[in-house]
Design a protein around this ligand. Structure first.
Ligand code: SF4
Length: 341
C-alpha cells in the first residue's frame, strides 16, 4: 500500500504534531523523494486534531498542501497510564515528555514494521527544550525504543550520529539540517523557503504543559484511584474547588461550561444552582456523603448574580432527588481558600 509501485525512493513514518518543527522535518525528507506517512497522536490532554476547524495543531492543511498522508491515532488509556506514573518523571508541569516520546515512537515503530517503512522521523531539535530535547534524554528515547539507526531527526541530523538511511544513501545527510538550541531563526528561514505561511506557536496544544490544568489534574490523580474520560473532560471546565479529601466542587464560568458540566455529570453527582437569578451550575462530587454540601452551596451562591443578598436559595438535584438549601453566599476569602489554582 505504501510506495507499492516503488515510484518513491523509500518510505518514512513521521511523528507529526501539526507544529512547525515536525512539518519541516517531513518536508526535508519529502524533498529527497521519500514518501512520508505522518502519524498525529491524539490524547485526552490536547486539542482535538480530528476537528478540522479551528485547532492550532490541525495537521491537515500542511499535509494537503505538501502532499503527504496523515493518520490520526488515539493513545487512550496507554497515555493516561504514563501521565499517572511516568518512568522518567515530569517536565515543568504534568508533562511526562520523555515517556510520551517513547510511547509515541513505540507506536510508530509498530506502524513502520506493519507497513515495511524504512525509518522514522521526528521534528526534535537538539537542546530546544529543557528536558526532553537534551542529548541524554534523546539517547534514552533511542535506547528504550530500540530504534538506534532507524530514528532520524532531520532538523538536527548533522549533529547526531549517522543513521541507517544516511549510511545507505537513502537520505543525503548533507541536505539535512544541523540546528540546535532555542532560537527559531533557521526554522523561520526554512519555512519561508518551503512556502509555509501559517504555523502554530510551538507551545500550543498539550494541556499538560499548562500550570492551571496540571494542578487540577494532579489533584484528581491524588484523590481518585480510577479515573475515566468524563473526569478528564471535566478538568477543562470551570473553577475547581477541593473541599476535603473525598469531596470536590466544580463551578461553571459561563454557559458553555454549564453545558459541559451537565454533559459530563454522573448519576451520583449533585448539581447546584441558585434559584430565580443568574447562576452558574455547581457540580458536587463526593465519596464522603453530603457533609460538605452546604459549603458547596455557599460557594455556588458566591458566583451567582444574587451574591450580595444575605441568603440565597440553592437547588440540589441528583441521585433521583431535588432538595433546596438556604445559604449565605461564601465570603471571597472562603471560596478562594478551597480553589485549585
Ligand atoms: S508536551 Fe505533551 S505531547 Fe509534547 S512531548 Fe510533552 S507530554 Fe508529549
Amino acid at each position: 500500500m505504501y510506495n507499492k509501485d516503488k515510484s518513491k525512493r523509500g518510505h518514512a513514518v513521521a511523528l507529526f504534531s501539526g507544529g512547525l518543527d515536525s512539518a519541516l522535518a517531513i518536508l526535508l525528507v519529502l524533498k529527497q523523494d521519500i514518501e512520508v506517512t505522518a502519524l498525529t497522536f491524539l490524547t485526552h490532554f490536547g486539542c482535538d486534531a480530528s476537528d478540522r476547524s479551528s485547532c492550532g495543531h490541525n495537521p491537515f492543511p500542511v499535509s494537503e498542501k505538501f502532499g503527504f498522508n496523515v493518520k490520526l491515532m488515539h493513545l487512550g488509556q496507554k497515555f493516561i497510564d504514563i501521565v499517572r506514573s511516568p518512568r522518567y518523571g515530569y517536565g515543568k508541569n504534568m508533562n511526562p515528555c520523555i515517556d510520551c516520546r517513547i510511547l509515541m515512537l513505540n507506536e510508530a515503530k509498530e506502524f513502520m514494521k506493519l507497513t515495511g517503512a524504512d525509518f522514522i522521523i521526528t521534528g526534535e531539535v537538539l537542546g530546544q527544550r529543557p528536558k526532553s530535547q537534551m542529548r541524554p534524554s534523546m539517547d534514552i528515547v533511542v535506547r528504550d525504543t530500540e530504534l538506534a539507526g532507524k530514528l532520524v531527526r532531520p532538523l538536527s541530523a548533522k549533529l547526531l550520529p549517522e543513521t541507517e538511511p544516511e549510511k545507505s544513501g537513502l537520505l543525503d545527510r548533507s541536505k539535512l539540517e544541523g540546528i540546535s538550541g532555542r532560537s527559531r531563526k533557521r526554522q523561520m528561514e526554512l519555512a519561508a523557503e518551503f512556502g509555509m505561511e501559517d504555523y502554530p506557536s510551538p507551545a500550543a496544544g498539550c494541556l499538560l504543559t499548562d500550570m492551571g490544568y496540571s494542578n487540577r489534574l494532579r489533584d484528581l490523580l491524588q484523590h481518585t484511584e480510577k479515573i475515566d474520560f468524563d473526569d478528564l473532560n471535566l478538568l477543562r471546565v470551570g473553577r475547581h474547588f477541593r473541599l476535603d479529601e473525598q469531596t470536590k466542587l466544580i463551578i461553571g464560568r459561563n454557559e458553555s461550561d454549564n453545558d459541559k458540566i451537565e454533559r459530563y455529570a454522573k448519576p451520583h453527582h449533585i448539581k447546584l444552582e441558585a434559584l430565580g437569578t443568574g447562576s452558574p451550575i455547581g457540580l458536587f462530587i463526593s465519596d464522603n456523603g453530603d457533609n460538605k454540601l452546604e459549603l458547596a452551596a455557599a460557594i455556588t451562591a458566591r458566583y451567582c448574580d444574587s451574591k450580595t443578598l444575605p441568603q440565597v436559595e440553592i437547588t440540589c438535584s441528583g441521585r433521583g432527588e431535588e432538595n433546596r438549601l438556604m445559604v449565605a453566599p461564601a465570603e471571597p476569602d472562603t471560596a478562594a481558600a478551597f480553589l485549585l489554582k
